[in-house]
Each structure stands twice: as structure tokens, then as C-alpha cells.
Design a protein around this ligand. Structure first.
Ligand SMILES: Cc1cc2nc3c(=O)[nH]c(=O)nc-3n(C[C@H](O)[C@H](O)[C@H](O)COP(=O)(O)O)c2cc1C
Length: 397
């Protein structure tokens, strides 16, 4: 599949504008998602083997997830499982509906396996997203894997009122999602990344915590219990929802450590590392130089090493006590394994699927199973952080 995709399908797709082709694909997947037989047919070719992971009280059929930004509106929600994914993160969604930045706003750097985007959180707003999700529920097409949502800040909301903005989205969406990702790391909303500062992030997390408490009390549910067991095919609506924070790869280790200091007091369930980078690799080829001259966040292969470095640092700092979702430049099972042994408990892909095609999730899961067997490990969690742990032992010795 990946040979066919790389040599025949991808060249044809890449003749078209990136966002146009993305929208066409999403329309086709939306149609497929409505038809169970169609999803079954896709799954028979591209569905992945089981490699279960239990985390945040949720059961993931495999550790490979769809990264935020690909399916912003939940258009293809039932299809991701058929395409081999073990979970999906929808969004980003903001409280206000907004069109995003003017087009064109996505650029390929093909020779480097990269994308530059400055989408700017184009989305219909949290309330409209909730309505769309109702459709999948009504059609009984909700997938049997965890579904998360990436929360962003509305462009028109001033930074001082960011906490309120995130909490409003959280309130209308909390019954739909199994986990929430606070996105304070997109480079495409002016000043958003300032919300990674400890005090600003603390305010946002406090507002989300308060919303959780209010709804738990209103529904007469326990505030003490963490997350209850997730039953496949059902939304986890019983306990507090896991809230994760997505960080930028451009933060210094000190700044990352400050974010980690909030994890305990604010009950952060995990860190998603990383978002796109504002840095650029050096490039000689004119096509690459043109793509890299565009403003926006860079994803794909040039991000891989830095994202792994951030994961390694976070893992060492928390000694494995806070789960990490690794994302950035995963194009193969080897790339996913690199993130896992550095400390990621789950991984996500976006740009890799654009370059490697729809069989990527299956290929990664198969490759991870092979690597586990070669390493003599029975479960994925035994592999999490093993390289980082070894390296820190060596540096202490
Ligand atoms: C076109 C595009 C849109 C994205 N939109 C979002 C978004 O809305 N929220 C977010 O947190 N990350 C977004 N991302 C970042 C990805 O989720 C991911 O963190 C990043 O691309 C690195 O992974 P990759 O190298 O596998 O693409 C977007 C990425 C791309 C390419």
C-alpha cells in the first residue's frame, strides 16, 4: 500500500493545493463514515492489529492516534478506527466560530517530508461542533476507541480572558469527549503561546478544574474518583475527564519544567509533545526555501528529533509518573518506537499520513508488535522510556 501510495497516488494528489485535497478527502471520509459496510471494507485492508494500552482510565485498542488538526470537525469520526488508529484527537475547536487565516495557508516542503501551516483555528465553534457530534451519536456511528478534543482560544478573546474562553468550550463539549487537550502551543493565533507561561496556564487549568467540579456536583458524581473504566463504544461520562496540555517544541527545558510544576496541583493527566515549530531547517532547494519562507508552524520529518528530545526531557523530569503523548515527525514504526522508548505512552501522526498514506497507522502498529517481540517485552508499557531511563543511569554512573 505505501509503495502504491508513494509512487502513484501521492504524486497525483500533490498536484493539487494542499487544503483543497484535504477538504476533498475529508468529504469522502465523511461519506464513508456514514456507511458501516464501507468502514468494514476499509478496515479489512487497513485495520490494525490489537496492541492495547490502558491510560488515564481509558482503554486504547492501540497506541497510534490521529493528531489534532486533521479532523477538526469530527467529519470522519467513525473512519479512523477503520484506518488503523487507536484513538483520535479532534479540533482544535474554539468557543467562537472563526474562519482562520486567509488562504493559502498550508504549504508542502516535499523534499523534506514537511508541511508549513498557518490555519489559525478555522472551526465552527464549540456549540456547533457539539451538534455535529450529535449526528454521529444519532446514527450510532460513535467509534469504540477514545476520542479527545483539542481546545484553542478564540482569536477575538483577549489573553486576559483566555481561561473563560477555554472553560466555555469545555462546558459544552465535556459529555462528548474522553479526554481534553489544552492547546496553548499553536504558533498561528497571535500571542497564544504566551499562555504557556506558568501563571497564565495555571489560570486556564484552574478554570477547567472548576468547570469539572461544578458539573460533577450538579450530576451528583464523585470528585475523588479519577477516571472510571472506559467501556468501548461508549463515552466516558462518569468521572472527571483527563485534561492534557500540548506544548511547543520551541520551549526551553526550563519553561517545560515550569509547566510540569502545575501538573500535580492542577491534576494534569498528561502532556502532548509536541505541536509544530516556528524554527526552520536550512534549505538550498528553491522549492524548500519558498515553503520555509511562509509564516506558520512546521511539521513532519524536520520536527522529529526535537520532538523526541522534548519527550525525553519530560520523561526524565517526571520519572514516568506523568504520561506523555508523543507527536512530531512520525513516518514509520521506527519513528514511533523512538518516541516510545524516549518516554511516550501513546503516539500521534498527522504529516506522516500525508506523505506515507492511509496505511501508516496499521504499518506502525505491526512494526511496534515486531519490536516488542524482538525486545522480549509483552506489553507496550514495558517499553515506555527504557532508553531515557538507561541514558540517565549512564550519566549518573
Ligand atoms: C495543517 C495542520 C493543522 C494543525 N492543526 C492543529 C490544531 O488545530 N491543534 C493542534 O494542537 N495541533 C495542530 N496541528 C499540529 C499537529 O497536531 C502535530 O502536533 C504536528 O503537526 C506535529 O506532528 P506531525 O509531524 O505528525 O504532523 C496541525 C498540523 C497541521 C499540519
Amino acid at each position: 500500500m505505501s509503495w502504491l501510495y508513494r509512487h502513484l497516488i501521492r504524486p497525483a494528489l500533490f498536484l493539487q493545493d494542499p487544503e483543497t485535497i484535504h477538504d476533498r478527502m475529508m468529504r469522502a471520509l465523511r461519506w464513508a463514515g456514514r456507511h458501516e459496510l464501507c468502514c468494514d471494507a476499509i478496515e479489512s485492508f487497513l485495520g490494525a492489529a490489537d496492541l492495547p494500552v490502558e491510560l488515564f482510565g481509558l482503554r486504547f485498542p492501540n497506541p497510534v492516534g490521529l493528531a489534532a488538526g486533521m479532523d477538526k470537525y469530527g467529519d470522519a469520526l467513525p473512519v479512523w478506527r477503520a484506518l488503523g488508529f487507536g484513538f483520535a484527537e479532534l479540533g482544535a475547536v474554539t468557543w467562537q466560530a472563526q474562519p482562520g487565516n486567509p488562504m493559502p495557508r498550508v504549504f508542502r516542503a516535499v523534499a523534506d517530508g514537511a508541511i508549513v501551516n498557518r490555519m489559525g483555528f478555522n472551526n465552527p465553534g464549540a456549540a456547533a461542533l457539539a451538534q455535529r457530534l450529535e449526528e454521529w451519536r444519532a446514527l450510532r456511528r460513535w467509534p469504540n476507541h477514545p476520542v479527545g478534543i483539542n481546545l484553542g482560544k478564540s482569536k477575538t478573546t483577549p489573553l486576559e480572558r483566555a481561561a473563560e474562553d477555554y472553560a466555555s468550550s469545555f462546558r459544552v463539549l465535556q459529555t462528548y469527549f474522553d479526554f481534553f487537550v489544552v492547546n496553548v502551543s499553536s504558533p498561528n493565533t497571535p500571542s497564544l503561546r504566551k499562555l504557556q507561561d506558568k501563571s497564565a496556564l495555571d489560570e486556564i487549568l484552574a478554570a477547567l478544574q472548576q468547570s469539572q467540579c461544578q458539573s460533577q456536583i450538579a450530576n451528583g458524581k464523585s470528585l475523588i474518583a479519577t477516571v472510571p473504566a472506559h467501556s468501548p463504544g461508549h463515552i466516558n461520562s462518569e468521572g472527571p475527564k483527563p485534561i492534557l496540555v500540548k506544548v511547543a517544541p520551541d520551549l526551553s527545558f526550563d519553561a517545560l519544567d515550569e509547566i510540569l510544576e502545575l501538573a500535580g496541583p492542577r491534576h494534569v493527566a498528561g502532556i502532548v509533545a509536541t505541536n509544530t515549530t516556528i524554527t526552520r531547517p536550512s534549505a538550498r532547494a528553491p522549492a524548500l526555501q519558498r515553503a520555509y519562507a511562509e509564516a506558520g508552524g512546521l511539521s513532519g520529518l524536520p520536527l522529529r528529533a526535537r520532538s523526541t528530545e522534548v519527550i525525553r526531557h519530560l520523561y526524565r523530569q517526571v520519572q514516568g509518573t506523568l504520561p506523555i503523548v508523543g507527536v512530531g515527525g512520525i513516518f514509520s514504526a521506527a519513528d514511533a518506537w523512538e518516541k516510545i522508548v524516549a518516554g511516550a505512552s501513546l503516539v500521534q501522526v498527522y504529516t506522516g499520513m500525508v506523505y506515507e498514506g492511509p496505511g501508516l497507522a496499521k504499518e506502525i502498529v505491526t512494526g511496534l508488535l515486531e519490536r516488542l517481540e524482538r525486545a522480549g517485552l509483552r506489553q507496550l508499557r514495558e517499553a515506555v522510556g527504557i532508553e531515557s531511563a538507561k541514558e540517565s543511569q549512564c550519566s549518573r554512573a
